[in-house]
Design a protein around this ligand. Structure first.
Ligand SMILES: Nc1ncnc2c1ncn2[C@@H]1O[C@H](COP(=O)(O)OP(=O)(O)OP(=O)(O)O)[C@@H](O)[C@H]1O
Length: 367
């Protein structure tokens, strides 16, 4: 079977991992794209025709040298991306998920131009990232959740000021965007605080604002909610939803939290072994493997297991009960039915782990 190369309304599933060898490029350093120096952000280039992001038969092979004894070293190859093809249209918000080591970060690094593909072609806004990284930097924004692109010892305000100069953002545009994002992301009281003193959630909001000050058409978000508490996650998600709706910004979102995908993305791509294994909706993915979500119900007081159509109690601990229900179905009727018949203190929904969804997807493909 071959992987999907374009998307249709029907989800697709392929279960063959690639292992084709490819010539090895030198491994470039992990530079952060905001350090690139665009020549001018004042003139936005016209949007290219066709998809905003185009990835065709892309491979990335790393050469790895390991010690094998005191003097000997062995050389092997890692096929981080092994024949990847997909397209993203302008204005889409696409989830890009997969297990650890699937090739997600490598893809994003190639889409920013940090890494050069071993084979295949990539185009973002009509630009080949590794050949024209500086020009592309004006058109894209990047947020790496695990690593800040802000200046650690400087107050947030100064980091933003440096980015203004790096991207040569016109004064009026800069102030308009700064006011807009500082307001929406509630950064006002934090502007004079050095980045190193910010909490993870505050720093993440600062990083998101920093990635948007130059009005990028496309934003790559690599784990933007990792490590955040529930309130901070909700704020980041709401902000991203509005950014996509109101500004039409195209978003490629990598995450291990399926709630991010559920709340933000109508399309999800599953990548594994460096190839696209599924491209479709999240309910479609859940439906393939009959994944289950969990409704966590806190009753006002301990009681017998809840009886409700469409879900079954899998655990009880005092007033708290856990009910499993098919992930492809909506939780709303279930919640309404329970709320009508039981005295509730609290309710929450737990998404299944990405790894278990993918394992079920493979199992369904083999059945
Ligand atoms: N610079 C490198 N040198 C050698 N191997 C690398 C390099 N970068 C990535 N790899 C390997 O390529 C594969 C894909 O890595 P990548 O970081 O793209 O995965 P990922 O899907 O982002 O994983 P995670 O979810 O854990 O961040 C892994 O096997 C990884 O060890």
């Amino acid at each position: 079977m071959t992987p999907r190369t374009t998307r249709s309304d029907q989800p697709s599933l392929t279960t063959t991992a690639a292992s084709t060898a490819a010539p090895t490029n030198a491994v470039p350093t992990n530079a952060v794209p905001t350090n690139a120096l665009p020549t001018s952000a004042a003139t936005q280039e016209p949007a290219a025709d066709g998809p905003l992001i185009e990835v065709r038969d892309v491979r990335k092979t790393f050469a790895v040298r390991r010690r094998a004894g005191r003097l000997r070293r062995t050389r092997s190859e890692v096929h981080a991306v092994a024949g990847l093809s997909f397209e993203v249209a302008a204005g889409e918000m696409v989830g890009y998920i997969g297990p650890n080591g699937a090739g997600k970060s490598t893809t994003i690094k190639m889409l920013t131009g940090i890494l050069v593909p071993t084979a295949g072609t990539l185009r973002v806004a009509g630009i080949e990232p590794s050949r024209d990284r500086i020009r592309l930097a004006r058109r894209i924004g990047v947020v790496f959740g695990q690593r800040t692109t802000l200046w650690w010892d400087l107050p947030l305000r100064d980091s933003f000021g440096l980015l203004r100069r790096i991207y040569k953002i016109p004064d009026a545009r800069y102030h308009e965007n700064l006011d807009h994002y500082v307001g929406l992301l509630e950064l006002g009281p934090l502007l004079d605080v050095p980045v190193r003193q910010l909490s993870l959630g505050q720093r993440m909001r600062g990083d998101i604002a920093a990635a948007l000050l130059h009005d990028p058409e496309v934003v790559y978000l690599d784990e933007p909610t990792i490590g955040l508490d529930i309130v901070s996650k909700a704020k980041v998600r709401e902000f991203l939803r509005d950014l996509n709706r109101e500004r039409g910004t195209t978003v490629l979102l990598t995450t291990h939290d399926l709630t991010d995908i559920e709340q933000l993305c109508s399309r999800v791509m599953v990548i594994d072994h460096g190839r696209v294994m599924y491209d479709g909706s999240l309910p479609g993915l859940h439906g393939l493997g009959e994944s289950e979500r969990t409704l966590v119900v806190d009753l006002a007081e301990p009681g017998p297991p809840i009886e409700v159509d469409g879900a079954s109690v899998v655990r009880v601990d005092g007033p708290r009960q856990w009910l499993a229900f098919p992930a492809a179905t909506s939780a709303a009727p279930l919640v309404a039915s329970i709320a009508a018949r039981y005295p509730l203190a609290d309710l929450s929904i737990q998404e299944p782990a990405i790894e278990s969804v993918i394992a079920r997807m493979y199992a369904a493909g083999e059945a």
